[in-house]
Design a protein around this ligand. Structure first.
Ligand code: FES
Ligand code: FES
Length: 156
């Protein structure tokens, strides 16, 4: 099998797999990164989102070959229990999750937004999360949490 190299959460990574494999199957299987979730498998729900470069993409619909040489960030690379990302703190503070299944993808979409636009409006956040589904109906709290994190990150 050909080898594909990229940086995963800042770590140089090489995988030996079919280049047409979905990035999600490689992350969750060979690389044991189970933060990105399998939801629809059809680029419709955002549960599998990861950041490639500066943009959130659906890993289920991203072929392995297309990420060669790129920086990939999964939820595992965003923060940790010891050192949570401001978005993670804000989601807890706003109680912005219920079952949590969608949340890693939503945090990734929000993190990509804040990379590109550190001072988003309410409308910007809603647009960035538009393609992330939450069957628990927590979207309004999530929008508040993203705005809260943005304010914290912008504070001097
Ligand atoms: S599982 Fe990838 S978008 Fe739904
Ligand atoms: S918190 Fe349950 S699907 Fe979003």
């Amino acid at each position: 099998m050909p080898r594909t190299r990229f940086r995963l959460n800042g770590v140089e990574t090489e995988v030996d797999a079919d280049p047409d494999s979905s990035l999600l199957s490689i992350l969750r299987g060979q690389l044991a990164m189970t933060g990105p979730h399998f939801g629809c498998g059809a680029n419709e729900c955002g549960a599998c989102n990861v950041i490639v470069g500066d943009h959130a993409v659906a890993a289920c619909d991203t072929p392995l070959w297309s990420v060669a040489g790129n920086d990939i960030t999964t939820i595992e690379g965003l923060g940790s229990a010891e050192k949570p990302h401001p978005l993670q703190r804000a989601f807890i503070a706003e109680q912005a999750l219920q079952c949590g299944y969608c949340v890693s993808g939503i945090l990734i979409s929000a993190a990509a937004l804040l990379k590109q636009n550190p001072k988003p409006t309410d409308a910007d956040v809603r647009a960035a999360l538009d393609r992330n589904l939450c069957r628990c109906g927590s979207h309004n709290r999530m929008v508040r949490a993203v705005l809260r994190a943005a304010a914290e990150m912008a504070a001097p």
